[in-house]
Design a protein. Structure first.
Length: 169
């Protein structure tokens, strides 16, 4: 497995995996398959090349099988914070350490920016597997956003999680 920072040449592969994520795990993302399937390809290119954001991709034998985004706060007062979002691994590649490797790479990238002290993420409260992964890497739940999302008439709570890289410096 190789984890790289995605670039413009990875747009089509990224689009495919992102749409799979929205189709396979609709309750895990704020966007919908129908919304993003209608996007122009350039919108996906812009997403993975956006300043203050990095999109990591996990490849198995030249196939993109997992994605994870990390965004950095550009404002001076907030640049001690980063956020992980849009984490997804294709179902047939799960339980092989790919998700963990993606999150570890995002954490490493955040640490490399000497300003980042906290990494935030949001996970559906009922997603025990994802929560266990994040907790194993040191993330802690600091709050619950009740009924944060509604899909097919069902409300989903979100756990708000944080990893402190440097305590209160």
């Amino acid at each position: 497995m190789d984890i790289i920072v995605l670039n413009e040449q990875d747009t089509q592969a990224y689009r495919t995996v992102r749409l799979n994520a929205l189709k396979n795990s609709p309750e895990s993302f704020g966007s919908s398959y129908e919304e993003e399937a209608a996007f122009e390809v350039e919108r996906f290119t812009n997403r993975i090349t956006k300043p203050n954001s990095t999109t990591f991709g996990a490849f198995e034998v030249n196939q993109l099988v997992g994605i994870c985004n990390l965004s950095f706060q550009p404002r001076k007062k907030m640049n001690h914070r980063a956020e992980i979002f849009s984490m997804y691994v294709e179902p047939e590649f799960r339980r092989k350490g790919i998700g963990k490797a993606l999150i570890e790479r995002a954490i490493k990238s955040a640490r490399e920016r000497n300003t980042v002290q906290q990494i935030y993420l949001t996970v559906v409260s009922s997603n025990k597997t994802a929560k266990a992964l994040y907790e194993s890497l040191g993330f802690k739940t600091y709050g619950i956003d009740r009924q944060a999302m509604r899909y097919n008439g069902i409300f989903y709570d979100h756990d708000l999680m944080v990893l402190f890289l440097k305590e209160g410096e």
